[in-house]
Design a protein around this ligand. Structure first.
Ligand SMILES: [Fe+2]
Ligand SMILES: [Fe+2]
Length: 197
């Protein structure tokens, strides 16, 4: 993997950013941005790279972050409703499939109980915020502050999953489970997006 040898070169920050961006584009994001030592990471450099449940989940997390950013920048009447709908579908489909294919399996382990409860409670909070936003016209005065609160909550939740819950579950699930759950999550996520659209 190219990144392992970076320290021997004198590279400026811009060049390192370029290399990281190329690596992200080729799907090596977790090894570079979060440290390959974390327990949930793909086995990069050890045979064919298999997608894990964490790779699949992070893909939707990035979509969620991007849609939140776009939603807060968009003025009423210029596609705000469409972006909100896309965010609604992404958040709800992701939460459902993540609950089924990450949190339900680790709930059976004593060490998985607390992270699962915490994450599911936040999914419920996010769902309630989405329902409130959905019930009001997006050009009403209180809509944007509520959308900002939703975005803040979503960012908090994603950060906590990526920094804490993925690591905790990575110690519970086997490598074979991580790759099998990725396939099951993806199949269900695509189905849920159609159900919610
Ligand atoms: Fe997630
Ligand atoms: Fe989640």
């Amino acid at each position: 993997m190219i990144v392992a040898d970076l320290s021997v070169f004198r590279l400026d920050a811009g060049l390192i950013d370029d290399i990281v961006n190329v690596a992200i584009a080729y799907g090596f994001m977790t090894a570079i941005t979060d440290g390959a030592a974390s327990p949930e990471k793909s086995k990069i450099g050890k045979g064919p790279m298999m997608e894990t449940i964490y790779d699949a989940l992070r893909e939707s997390h990035e979509t969620q972050r991007s849609l939140c950013k776009r939603l807060l920048r968009t003025k009423p009447g210029t596609g705000r409703d469409d972006i909100f709908k896309a965010l609604y579908v992404e958040l709800e489909a992701h939460a459902a499939s993540e609950e089924r294919y990450l949190y339900a399996p680790i709930l059976m382990d004593d060490n998985g109980l607390s992270p699962s409860r915490h994450a599911l409670a936040e999914h419920h909070e996010i769902e309630e915020m989405l329902e409130k936003l959905q019930s009001e016209p997006s050009n009403s005065p209180g809509w944007l502050p509520q959308a900002k609160a939703l975005s803040k909550k979503v960012h908090h939740h994603l950060r906590e999953e990526e920094k804490k819950f993925f690591q905790a579950s990575g110690k519970i699930l086997t490598d074979a489970q991580k790759t099998k759950l990725a396939k099951q999550y993806r199949r269900d996520f695509e189905r849920m997006k159609k159900v919610l659209a």
